[in-house]
Design a protein around this ligand. Structure first.
Ligand code: BYC
Length: 329
């Protein structure tokens, strides 16, 4: 347990900053304003702690679940070199989850509790991993364009206020940049290949684009957490600003390959300097992040099976401490 890390579910201070000591709160906010990092043993408002746990935990779940769609292609990768590279990438993603669960643990929530919340459907994870990787080209699009989205998000937030999260993000970004190059190489190979390969990569891009637009979160006007997260420098860019930066960096690269994005309205308004686009279907986004996407049930079933099958190992190493609170079916 770290510093004042005990989490009381009935503690109303976790919902607002009311009830916090005003002097401690002012000192905390001054440190954040000065660009200092907050460390686990430091005083922090309960709302800051709860928001960080929510966000880092969701991020960790996204990495471990995110290993699954690409993971299905390891046995079917086209050639030995692609297989080796994909295996290494998938292994990296699981390692990212490990780093992030450790960062979240410093805030007082145990890893067992986080995993239980994932496999019981209580916690969220990134929308994008609830879609299937139907062809090899889907895995290429994930590695290029979803890892690219992750880098936009993580590079910004690695400059944030909570030390353990920022340090984990920095390390993750080094590996993600390599994933991005691997993904780009795969997409270029397909886009400059046979007509069949080109068609495959175009179809994959068309399938993934709406989910990629969702990836950065709902528009700022309806985002619930952005205001408080940005005030305390957990989030360093708003959802819409991340989406804009991403479009700026990657749409020209996609068009350079002669690929078509499935949005006839997508263009940069030269006067405002902003990208204009058709809003993706936010009702679908809500359904998918709340458990009703094409692969949610399958993804959680795989994680549940992994927890169940690994149980004896945890028992052997940790004894009673390995007991999870949720009984498996
Ligand atoms: N997916 O108030 P908002 C990877 C939820 S893995 C699902 O804007 P916030 C990779 C949000 O949680 C890296 N849910 O939220 C791995 C909230 O619901 P709750 C993935 C989403 O937190 C393997 C509600 O919508 N990256 O790259 O201010 C292979 C309202 O949203 C999403 C991360 O996890 C979403 N996309 O901002 C390849 C980054 N968006 O909690 C690649 C870490 C929103 O109130 N997370 N929601 O029930 C973040 O940076 C922020 O949480 C977000 C959303 C920008 C995603």
């Amino acid at each position: 347990m770290y510093g004042n890390a005990y989490i009381d579910p009935n503690d109303q201070r976790g919902k607002t900053i009311e009830g916090e000591d005003p002097v401690l709160l002012a000192e905390f906010e001054a440190r954040i304003l000065a660009g200092e990092k907050i460390e686990p043993q430091d005083w922090m408002p309960q709302l800051y702690r709860k928001q960080l746990i929510r966000m880092i935990e969701q991020h960790a779940h996204s990495e471990i679940i995110g290993a699954l769609p690409e993971g299905t292609w390891i046995t079917r990768a086209p050639g030995f070199r692609r297989k080796l590279a994909l295996m290494a990438k998938v292994q990296d993603e699981v390692g990212h989850a490990q780093l992030l669960y450790s960062a979240a643990e410093t805030l007082g929530k145990s890893r067992e509790a986080m995993i239980n919340d994932l496999i019981t459907g209580k916690s969220k994870y990134s929308n994008v991993f609830n879609y299937p990787a139907i062809t090899w080209a889907d895995s290429a699009i994930i590695a290029w364009l979803i890892d690219a989205g992750a880098i936009v998000n993580q590079l910004a937030n690695s400059k944030g206020s909570y030390g353990p999260y920022c340090r984990a993000l920095e390390r993750i970004c080094y590996e993600e940049s390599f994933h991005l190059k691997y993904g780009h190489d795969n997409v270029v190979h397909l886009a400059t290949g046979t007509p069949k390969q080109r068609e495959m990569v175009q179809d994959a891009l068309t399938r993934w684009w709406p989910a990629i637009m969702h990836f950065f979160g709902p528009p700022d006007t309806i985002s619930v957490h952005t205001e408080v997260l940005m005030k305390w420098k957990v989030k360093m860019m708003s959802n819409d600003d991340m989406r804009q930066q991403y479009l700026d960096m990657y749409v020209p690269k996609i068009w350079d390959l002669g690929l078509v994005l499935p949005d006839p309205n997508l263009h940069k308004n030269e006067e405002t300097g902003k990208w204009e686009y058709t809003e993706p279907d936010w009702e679908e986004f809500k359904r998918v992040i709340n458990g009703d996407g094409p692969c949610n049930a399958e993804r959680l079933a795989v994680r549940r099976m992994a927890e169940e099958k690994g149980r004896w190992v945890r028992r052997a190493i940790l004894g009673e401490k390995a007991n999870y609170t949720v009984p498996f079916a």
